[in-house]
Design a protein around this ligand. Structure first.
Ligand SMILES: [Zn+2]
Length: 148
């Protein structure tokens, strides 16, 4: 089933198996934070994984080249109550889409410049750690400045 949301500059395609309650929370989060989604992103696919792939309640794959992002939600997100916690997780994923061009470029630079496998691996893990920290800082800034 395809649900188009005409309210935003981007299209949202929800997976058929996404539980209704999660869809409601997702729509609400988008209504609050849609401005975080960058203009290059024309379409967001919302997937629901029947099994947790890596133990994280959600993750995003940004395909800037194709102007799309795929947000995958795992069943473990349901355990993230209250709803406020899920709201924060979704905002976190939206911010990852925003940072995608910067992070992708940094990854490319690391890959092209660092030949030593050990140093490359270290640089990649540092980049991931810093990205997550910046994402969390932005979640805090947005939450503190966003009316309920
Ligand atoms: Zn993250």
């Amino acid at each position: 089933m395809v649900n188009k949301n005409e309210k935003f500059a981007f299209e949202v395609v929800y997976a058929k198996n996404l539980p209704k309650e999660l869809k409601r929370i997702f729509v609400k989060a988008l209504e609050k934070y849609h401005y975080v989604i960058p203009t290059w992103c024309h379409k967001i696919y919302v997937k629901y994984e029947e099994q947790d792939a890596d133990g994280s309640p959600a993750h995003v794959q940004s395909l800037e080249r194709y102007r799309e992002a795929i947000i995958s939600i795992a069943p473990s997100i349901v355990g993230e109550s209250p709803e406020e916690r899920i709201d924060r997780i979704l905002l976190h994923e939206f911010i990852h889409i925003l940072l995608c061009p910067l992070v992708t470029e940094a990854e490319n630079v690391i890959y092209r410049i660092i030949e030593n496998e050990k140093f490359r691996s270290w640089a990649e893990s540092q980049l991931i750690a810093k990205e997550e920290a910046v994402v969390q800082d932005l979640v805090k800034v947005i939450k503190n400045n966003n009316p309920k």
